[in-house]
Each structure stands twice: as structure tokens, then as C-alpha cells.
Design a protein around this ligand. Sequence first.
Ligand SMILES: [Ca+2]
Length: 512
Amino acid sequence: MGIGTTTPRGDLDINTPLTNIYGLVLPTNASPTNIQNPQGESIAFGTMMYDSSANCIRYYEKNIQNDVSEARWSNCLLTDRENPPSIDYIAVPPAFTGNYTQNVAMTSANTFRVAITNISFTTVTISLARTDLILAGIEGIEVSAVSPTTVTLTPGQVQLLTYTLTGTPTNCGPLIGTWKKLNLQYTASTTVKPNITYTCASGTWGNTVSPEYRLNGLVPGESYTGTYTIPYTGSDASSCDLPAETITRDGLTLSYPGGPVSSTGTITYTLTGTYTGSESQAQATFVTASGCQIYLGPSSSCKDILTKLPGTPDGVYRIDVDQQGTTYGTLSAQCDMTTDGGGWTMVLNYLHLGGTNPAVSIRTTLPVIGNSTLGGNEAGNETFWGHVNRALQTALRPSEYRFYGITNGHNRVIHFKTAHTGSITKFTTGVGNASGLQNSFTPLDGHTGILPAAANTFFNSSANLELTFHPFYFSPTPVATNLWSISASSRWEVDDAPSNASRSTLHRVWVR
Ligand SMILES: [Ca+2]
């Protein structure tokens, strides 16, 4: 183009290198803020100036989204001095992920993380390298990779950077990671633990917890104190201390202050706090950094209560049959702490009135004793009447069953215990039958029954009726004469065979 000519040319003379000796001069000012639009309006986009203070060229720009409201003067162009960084970092705690233990090889879980974000008005592309991260304090491990290796960020965009750590720490103590990019620097640390093995199964509260919780579990609003001790073995004598640890569950805190390691020893946690869990759960389960589960709650059975608290009298207590499990909360259990050494949990209770034929009740909770006098009628009572299903019997992990039955039809009493494995399998799972029970039982106080010694027939029954539907009976030719029947074929029978529901009966079954 040309000025003052009607025949503008396609080429300019100013690009002739040998004859043109004048350069392009831009408006110069000590600050871009002094630059004005001679028309009095805002500065036109694309306006260029020479910043004599910064000694560089700038232009007036919109941001990358073409947003006029965020217009500004650009950073210096074409300068050989470093521009201000256009990214910043964002900490992503914990920076070190995975577990860090002396002499234990790293896994894919062991990484160092930090995020970057574009704080400029323009898109930036950043290359990453594993050398961005320097590790210190621990031998044997290295930064093997980074993901991603390059990233393009629009203004405001954030990208997580993950550095993969490999190798095996050969010592323990603080592991420090220093990440650097452009003029950014971020430092984070973790602790490589000494290599010791906790014997979780041998952990114990001893008798240290106050107030007493093993009979009925934790009480909401109650404050507890105590100690829990876990033994350990360490393969190496280590100069590192075990790290301190604090675990909080349901308002209760277990804390270990940290301390020196020896080749064998124990660590002891201190319990404090006020229980905030529910009355139905009445327990708290802590998980330590080393993976031990610590249960604080009711006993698992009447036998468990008697083991932990010898001398506990007969009564109804709260138990949690699966302890750390959540299938069962606490259940009220009828505990016989005296018969044959005690420790029996009742799983079946039917006080039946002669001449009635009520349905059995298959329970997911435990029945307790109401009345023990023949002629009473507890049919359908939610607290007293029924027997527990296979699953709850299984959860009680019985090694013995005890049967007790009386009737107003005669004076014989059934009262025996058995550890017969075939019978226990039948009662807890439904598999097989009780054949063999007749040769594998022990009579208890008052036993005068013909059963189970004479039993020669054993029903395979439908689900959850294993204890009620003719589990064992005596059947000389041509008809059965002695049965254990609870509403089975409308028969209520204890060691006899009226073949109906005419007799008043009491059936009970216990496990331990
Ligand atoms: Ca439980």
C-alpha cells in the first residue's frame, strides 16, 4: 500500500535490506497506564507501546475468552528477561500417598501429588519431568515417572500431577519431597515407618476399661477410660520411633504418643472420650494405621461373658454376636450361667398351652424367659416366643446344644447336652440330620427322657425348622411313640406321641 498514490503496490520498499536504514519506532512511555486513546475512549485492542521502565514492548489485549471486561496490557513481549510465572501450584494433601515402611517395596499406591493451575490470561503449555521432584531423607527410592508429561491449560484450569515412586526404602524416618517448576517450589513430607509386625489377634483391653462395658456394651453419653495393648515384633533394630497415632470413633479416642522401637514389644493406646454411638450398636470399632481392628463393645455370647467376667449370675444381658460385624447390633440374650458350668445362650423358647396350636416364630433376635410354669401361654409374644433362624444360630458359633422339655402328659423330663457335629451342622445350616445324636449326648440335671437315647428317626426339615420339626424321635413299628415336636404337623410333644396339640408343653434349646 502507499500514501498519496492511486496505484498502491503489492510490495513495500521498506523491506529492501540494502537501502532502508530506518526502523519502526513505537510510542514510548514509562508506564502503559499513561497511554491514552486520542479519541477519548478506551484504548484500542492491538495498540502497541514501548515500556521504557520495563525496557520492553507491550500490546493492549483481551483475555483468551475474548472478554473485553478483562482487557489489559500484555506482559513484556520479546524480552530476554524471565516473564513472571503464568502458573501456580495447589497442594493436594496428602502429597505422599500409599504406605511407607522400611524394607517394604513401593507399590503403585506410592505417589507424590501436586496440582498446577494457569493464572494467566492465555493458554500455557507446561512440560513435566520426573526430575521436577527431588526426594530426600530416605535411601532406596526414586521418582520413576510423572503423569502427565505435558499439559496445556486454559486460564484458570487445574491439572493434578502424579509422580510415581518406586524402589524400597532402606531406612526409616522423614521422607521429604521438594517439587520445583519455573520459580515455584513446594515441599511436603511423610514418615517411613520402621518395619514391625503387629499381632492384631493378640491385642487386648485387659481389664482396663472403665466403666464396665462387657455385660451390656457402651452406653451413649458415658465417658470411658482404658488402655489397649498390641504386641509386635520387629525384624530390624531401628533408630526410628514409631509414629504417634490418634483414632476417633463415635466420640471415643484411642491415642498412641509414639515411641522407640525394639525387636519385640507392645504399643499401648489410651482410650478417652464420651460415647456418642447408638444404644442399639453399643460398640465402637477402631482400625489402626497398621490395620488392626480394635473392638470395644458387648461380649459375643453368654459363654463369652462368663469367660471375661467369671461369676456373672443368670440373667438377660446384651450381646453382639458378630462383634466387629454390622449384620447384628446388640441383642438381649437369656444367659444360663449355672447349669453344667453355665455360659448357655437361649435360642428357642416355647411355653405352649394345651389344646392350642399356634405357629412357631422364626426370629432374628433372641427369645428370653417369661414364664416357666406348664399351663402358661406365651404364644406370639414378641419377647418370649420363638426360635432363632439358622443364620443367628451360626453367628453364635455353638460347639454344644442343650435341650430341655417338659409336658403335662407325663413326668419324664428331657434335659441333655450334645456336641454331636452332625446335629450342630443340621441346626446351623440345615445340611444333613441329627442321626448319631442318640449315641453322642450327656444327660443333665433331672433327665428322665426316653429320648434322645432311643431315637432312631431323624427328619431332614425345611429351612429354619431344624429345631422344631421332628429333629429326633423313636418310632418302633408300627407308629412313633416318643417325639420332640413343636407345632410340627400340629403336634406339641415332649418325649411322647399324643399326635396332637392337647398337652401343655415347655420346650427350650440353648447353645454355648
Ligand atoms: Ca455387631
